[in-house]
Design a protein around this ligand. Structure first.
Ligand SMILES: N[C@@H](CCC(=O)N[C@@H](CS)C(=O)NCC(=O)O)C(=O)O
Length: 257
């Protein structure tokens, strides 16, 4: 992936997408998958994972990734805003179902995968607990204090994270089994929607793709592969069968970040 710096990107026209350079951050990978599926070109801008990202903050008001900036419109930082941008700018089949009830199901499942207090959020708490351990977070540098606040790290949140992450996995598993029984390979209805892309990308947090198609740094591989027992126990093979299908049919491999 060719990355531009913030200084290079901020005056460019068109779509700029800020991404964590060198790692398959699932929020960023999912944003790329949305834009790819909707045939929307973008210039990638490098964010330093867990860094202070001062120039980025100054430009977008946000230190993490992904952030999408289209022409001189306000920066978009949430999964929903980026999905709706892909819908607005793109072409081809919509990533949202047509019927309202199906749309609500699709968006609700994505919320459970990548929204605040969803699967990704709680898996990140598992990982941050490993990074911070017993170390007092009051010793953290200012930008570390910022992500500790941003990602809701607290002893109480860490304690409930495994059950929450596992509960989302069980809900996704139940939905995929119900869909399979109805003859569909997809989470909602009988065609691709955004939730299929979101799950494929977020599945990395419990089952990173093999290194021949995924040039993942060893430390990230270790974070993504280690998990609490209750999360491991909630991994049904149907989750990975779906992931493999979606990468093969719709996202493409190898990963490039
Ligand atoms: N703003 C995004 C979430 C973005 C997010 O959580 N990004 C994380 C992915 S782990 C990130 O950038 N981490 C690296 C960092 O904080 O530097 C959303 O609401 O959809």
């Amino acid at each position: 992936m060719q990355y531009f710096s913030v200084a290079e990107a901020r005056d460019m026209p068109g779509l700029r997408l800020v991404l964590s350079a060198g790692v398959p951050g699932p929020w960023g990978e999912a944003a790329k998958a949305m834009l790819h599926a909707r045939h929307v070109p973008f210039a990638a801008v490098a964010q330093e994972p867990m860094g202070a990202n001062e120039a980025l903050c100054e430009w977008t008001g946000c230190r993490n990734a992904p952030t999408a900036v289209y022409d001189d419109e306000p920066p978009l930082t949430t999964w929903f805003d980026i999905l709706m941008l892909a819908e607005r700018l793109g072409s081809g089949a919509s990533l949202l179902p047509t019927a309202s009830a199906d749309r609500a199901l699709c968006l609700g499942l994505i919320m459970e995968i990548c929204g605040q207090d969803g699967f990704g959020w709680n898996r990140r708490l598992n990982m941050l607990a490993g990074v911070w351990g017993e170390r007092a977070t009051s010793e953290a540098a200012p930008h570390e204090q910022e992500y500790i606040r941003q990602y809701g790290l607290s002893p109480q949140a860490v304690a409930r994270a495994p059950e929450r992450a596992a509960d989302v996995l069980k809900a996704l598993t139940a939905q995929l089994h119900a869909q399979k029984a109805a003859g569909s390979d997809y989470f909602v209805g009988d065609r691709l929607s955004a939730v299929d892309l979101y799950w494929a990308c977020f599945s990395q947090l419990v089952g990173p793709l093999s290194k021949d198609v995924n040039p993942i740094p060893d430390y990230v591989w270790t974070f993504y592969s280690a998990m609490p027992d209750v999360v491991a126990a909630a991994l049904d093979p149907i989750l990975f069968a779906h992931r493999d299908r979606i990468y093969a049919r719709h996202i493409g491999l190898p990963l490039d970040y």
